[in-house]
Design a protein around this ligand. Structure first.
Ligand code: NAD
Ligand code: UD1
Length: 336
């Protein structure tokens, strides 16, 4: 059985589908701070299976210990954590507690129970401001622009140290670029609580009339059209990367790091244009100042994941937007 922490969240729910349809037994834990049990209904419809769910907070070591006593896990895919860059700078201690201490608790219970296979969701944010592009796994890390980024960097370092002290561990660290879109069934997707910070969820809410206009955070970057460039990746492709990571770990006692992206960058204006092409909807927008902590441009080199994980992203930007919008149309109200 595979434990997925944060499994009712955006990425976790898609990873759960990918694992279950490929024959894995899955158990999800989540404290539901940024997701709801509704995701489990979508999971059941897609997979035709009941997935066991336990409401557990990673900050509660006792609850984790009981869970590991009750079930026998083969591996853990660890996605639970807080992810808002903005909030991380407002309430840093919550980010350190949930993301860093929460991971420490998980690791210590895993160690006690001799479960030493772990896939961890890190982020391209660990690379900070890129010195050159594309970004390789060997590029500099640590010069992060937010507390959120710092927590990911800290967890990566903790995992490195754990592996150095005990080579029995099998650890795969996945650095996600910008996951967007939704499952092609339209039954699960991203439902952030409150007003979204990220581009696509915000844009979808503008398209559906819930929010008035999109603010473009700067058109004066040194990119071809002046807006920020990111490596957007379809959530289904990203999820498949986790399955490949588990397969990769089956016979390797090492710690490894992989970029999960497409290798292509798109600007904010290109996203708006592609949305119009796919949906025929115009997005009202205005250009405002740069967002603090934003970088101009980032995209991945993805050859290492191709070589070692036998994984590449296949879906186009059009498919990402089509599937994301398909999900969003059915979930128009902002959750609170
Ligand atoms: P999400 O908020 O949808 O999912 C995270 C889940 O973790 C939520 O369901 C939340 O309720 C749960 N959670 C938070 N703190 C917890 C705790 N202390 N105990 C138990 N559960 C807790 O976010 P997501 O987009 O699915 O991201 C999943 C992971 O991937 C996060 O660690 C995030 O930092 C990382 N990541 C996300 C992105 C992205 O663009 N979405 C990019 C890079 C990395
Ligand atoms: C952000 C985080 C990153 C995190 C990721 C997923 C920052 C600096 N980085 O990435 O650490 O891993 O989310 O949670 O916040 N944009 C607009 N208007 C908007 C929203 C975004 O113009 O309303 C622009 C941004 O300036 C950027 C692009 O759209 O150029 C993508 O932004 P976003 O979706 O927030 O992702 P990142 O900033 O790449």
């Amino acid at each position: 059985m595979i434990l997925i922490t944060g499994g009712t969240g955006y990425i976790g729910s898609h990873v759960a589908v990918e694992l279950v349809i490929n024959g894995h037994e899955v158990l999800i834990i989540d404290n539901l701070s940024n997701s709801s049990k509704k995701a489990l209904e979508g999971l059941k419809k897609i997979t035709q299976k009941d997935i066991i769910f336990e409401k557990i907070d990673l900050r509660n070591s006792n609850a984790l210990e009981k869970l590991f006593d009750k079930y026998s896990f083969e591996a853990v895919i660890h996605l639970a954590g807080l992810k808002s860059v903005k909030k991380s700078n407002e309430i840093p201690s919550e980010y350190f507690e949930n993301n860093v201490q929460g991971t420490r608790n998980l690791i210590s219970v895993m160690k006690k129970s001799k479960v030493k296979k772990l896939v961890f969701s890190s982020s391209a944010t660990v690379y900070g401001i890129p010195k050159s592009l594309p970004i390789y796994e060997s590029s500099d890390i640590g010069n992060t622009t937010s507390i959120y980024g710092k927590t990911k960097y800290m967890v990566e370092n903790i995992l490195r140290e754990i592996w150095e002290k005990d080579n029995e561990w099998q650890i795969c660290i996945l650095r996600y670029f910008n996951p967007i879109g939704a499952h092609s069934s339209g039954l699960i997707g991203e439902s952030p609580k409150g007003i979204p910070d990220n581009l696509l969820p915000y844009l979808f809410n503008v398209a559906s009339g819930v929010l008035k206009e999109l603010e473009i955070f700067g058109d004066d970057y040194s990119t071809p059209d002046g807006s920020g460039i990111r490596d957007y990746i379809h959530i289904e492709d990203l999820s498949k990367g986790h399955l490949c990571a588990l397969e990769y770990l089956s016979d390797k006692h090492n710690i490894s790091f992989f970029n999960l992206g497409t290798g292509n960058g798109f600007s904010v204006f290109e996203i708006i244009k592609t949305f119009k092409k796919v949906t025929n909807i115009d997005i009202p927008y205005k250009v405002v100042g740069r967002r603090s902590g934003d970088i101009s441009e980032i995209f991945a080199d993805v050859s290492l994941a191709k070589k070692n994980l036998n994984w590449t992203a296949k879906k186009t930007l059009e498919e990402m937007i089509y599937d994301g919008w398909n999900w969003q149309k059915k979930n128009l109200n902002l959750n609170d």
